[in-house]
Design a protein around this ligand. Structure first.
Ligand code: SF4
Length: 92
């Protein structure tokens, strides 16, 4: 199987109303925040029409890339989903 086909097998249990990642309000995104719109493997980050970065963490694979880049400087808030929620990997 190709990587994309393996990823397609993953299942997600969304915790409604309790996103496990939030982007702090900002006027203009920093270079790191902007980078998330390109490097998140699940494409959870997008630019809105005001040029600000938004996230929808429903398909998050909990890889931690955005956490490493943007949590320490306070640009995002990142927590693991509650028990039983989040990604369920079919292939490890
Ligand atoms: Fe994307 Fe990984 Fe961050 Fe989830 S943890 S939003 S998959 S970069």
């Amino acid at each position: 199987l190709r990587v994309e086909e393996k990823l397609y097998q993953n299942r997600y249990l969304v915790d409604p109303g309790r996103p496990h990642i939030k982007v702090r309000p900002h006027e203009r995104p920093s270079a790191n925040l902007l980078a998330l719109t390109h490097i998140c493997p699940a494409k959870c980050y997008e630019l809105n029409d005001k040029g600000q970065v938004e996230t929808t963490s429903d398909g998050c694979m909990e890889c931690g890339t955005c956490r490493v880049l943007c949590e320490a400087n306070g640009e995002i808030v990142w927590n693991y989903p509650r028990g039983g929620f989040g990604v369920l990997f079919k292939f490890g």
